[in-house]
Design a protein around this ligand. Sequence first.
Ligand code: UDP
Ligand code: LCN
Length: 812
Amino acid sequence: MIEDLSDLLVRHREPIYYFLQRVRALGERFLSGVDLHHAYSDFRETAVGAQLDDPNLDRLIACTQEAVVRDSMLYLSVRERVAQWRYLQVNSEEMRCAEISVSEYLDVKERLVTGERGEDRFVLEIDLEPFERKFPRLSRPRSIGRGVEHLNRYLSGRLFEERRTKTSRPAPGMRPPEREGLARLVDFLRVHSLGDQPLMLNGTIESTEDLRTALRNAVDLLGKETGDAERARWGKELRRLGFEPGWGRTAERARETMELLLDILEAPDPRHLQDFLARVPMITSIAIVSPHGYFGQANVLGKPDTGGQVVYILDQVRALEDAMRASLYEQGLDVEPEIVVLSRLIPDAGDTTCDLRMERILGTENARILRVPFRTQEGDVVRPWVSRFRIWPYLERFAVDAERELLAELGGRPDMIIGNYSDGNLVATVLSHRLDVTQCNIAHALEKTKYENSDLFWTEHEDEHHFACQFTADVISMNTADFIITSTYQEIAGTNESVGQYESYQSFTMPGLYRVVSGIDCFDPKFNIVSPGANPEVFYPYWEGNRDESPLTEVIRTEIFGSPTGPSRGTFEDPDRPLLFAMSRLDEVKNMTGLLEAFGRSEALRERANLLLVGGTLDEERSSDAGERRQIARMHALMDELGLDGCVRWLEMETDKNRVGEFYRVVADTRGAFVQPAMFEGFGLTVVEAMSSGLPVFATCFGGPSEIVEDGESGYHLDPTLWEQSTARMAEVLATFADDPDEWDRISVNGIERVRERYNWPLYASRLLELSRIYGFWKYISSLERDEPRRYLEMFYGLMYRPLAKRIEQEA
Ligand code: UDP
Ligand code: LCN
């Protein structure tokens, strides 16, 4: 708990007064936490500031995320702990301080941006908090991201709640009152089916009492069978007792499942509930929505808007299909799992297959990509690629068209819909509602935290990014999702120092549009961390060489050190130096140009290493993305200006996964390192890929990589806003590597271990399926209670999102 600022003002009146005047004198209306921390440490260097030796004040300043200056007033947003905020108003003349509400704080910011004064203006406030009051909520920051455990505890408690009946005793001859929760569990199992085939329970069982008796009889019956006897031997008898398929393939498995349910009927306990629900065959088909970019299996990676999300989904699909098949088999169902990835059909697809309606996913039995075109209001198909920042007007129509095609393709509704990124999550919202299916969201990277004050100065982004529409879509889909999975903890709630990606939606304002006082709550049990991995068949340790013994190693060495097959710029005058390697889409936020410039300006780095950059195209004319064109021009300008053609090689994007894997390994052979210099990175699959290859990484401290990499243990953090320090540290580390090869080996092996333990696909798939069953059950038993927020969000969609999307269409 931070000490009250009022007390500090009394104790240190004079020095704090001078500090506040200094802050005002900076002449800024908005200071980020970092600006304020710098101002404070500079002040502490002065004679007056040196008197301010109070850890409580230090802590308050360290926790301040933003300061707003209006005349003599300072307003502070203080993040006391992860996801816990307070707002303070400080009168710097009178030296008084008061706590204010989030609305009042946002109001000050709005007025400063719009210049509006008067009292009578109306501001639309979005507040989802009242709807959440009756739902369970986590209480401790360290539980954030482990929502399912909490939900299970809550659900098992609820299953045991007594039904509220007027009479406490049953009339003679009547059944005793049912526990309402348990009755719903019975209902849930009774309505469960696979097409026309009922699963779990049939109509013979009407109440918990019936179920208890039937379960005991069934357990006796199964106990007489050998453990591995299959359903053909005992299925008929069980059906007579009220049990349909789904309990288990063998007598032993079915008996165990039934005993778990008997335990729950005796005393619902979170562990039993979780284990039981994990066995109910609820998920046989899944729709995964990912509209933007080029969603394909070849020639797409590195194109605009096309990166990790595609890699993630394709690996996810393979892992999910395996896990679904194994679990359905164990539960005794002979059905082939179905997974359909819904994406956009792009008629002008260039050298990709994105103009095909349907494509089988390699490495799966049955999964496929189903592509549906975007259409204009008039119904015309949109032919070219459309930037992810401009796709909003097409999504509603896409959802409706996609629904029709999906139902035809699957022969019915999917059991779960997984949205990806802001656009896919919005489409998932529409589809899940229309089909009444469990909705899972995956953000991959929320744009809001990528750009400073992207909400407050939203109008400045409207030409290029259209964040108003995107943030509105985000608020809607985060709140409609039954559950959300994230790749890291920081994605939800940040770190002690930095704000989480979801946390940034808790409260914010877009002046002139609307203000959000409670947009999402990080303590909501819908959040679960389920981290992706890297495909171990492609990304494996460098010492294994190239596994299939193809000449790929030599091919990639030639790309790097010899004459590349495609366009390139630069050669290495001293090819014996270790390589620093960076690879990404040429998106501004990825900051490849920042790295190039920092490398070019650092004598120490240039002396120790060569730089290999892979990304984008070399020719501006060949790019259809405005942001990418600017980055290409900047890359060339920096190469010219800093004379880098003898120590930097820039190769065009690498679209073949196997070659990408070999790049990391060849760079590791030079005892080099991978650099991820993004200004912000949602997660950072390249970091995981490099680590899996045993290549040490220097990765941005903003976003996912800061959690993937433990600084100094399994890699290093770098700060792309402080290049001088960062390049000095990189040079120092490279010097240590040169002097002490064991240190390179240590980091390399630790990186491999870290990924093996934490970022792996089989673990991901079983966890995701477990979550889908538990949240599916939760959705069933709480469906009525969810109606109010849904209606509220529908209104927000109709009155805010749709006009914003229309505006983009009219501009086009
Ligand atoms: N990638 C690639 N070729 C390129 C650039 C990137 O194959 O020229 C791949 C890279 O191996 C990784 C993905 O694209 O699998 C990028 O994912 P990441 O999460 O690092 O960033 P994103 O592009 O999703 O923001
Ligand atoms: C999108 C991004 O920008 C990356 O940070 C993630 O690693 C990728 O998606 C996969 O989730």
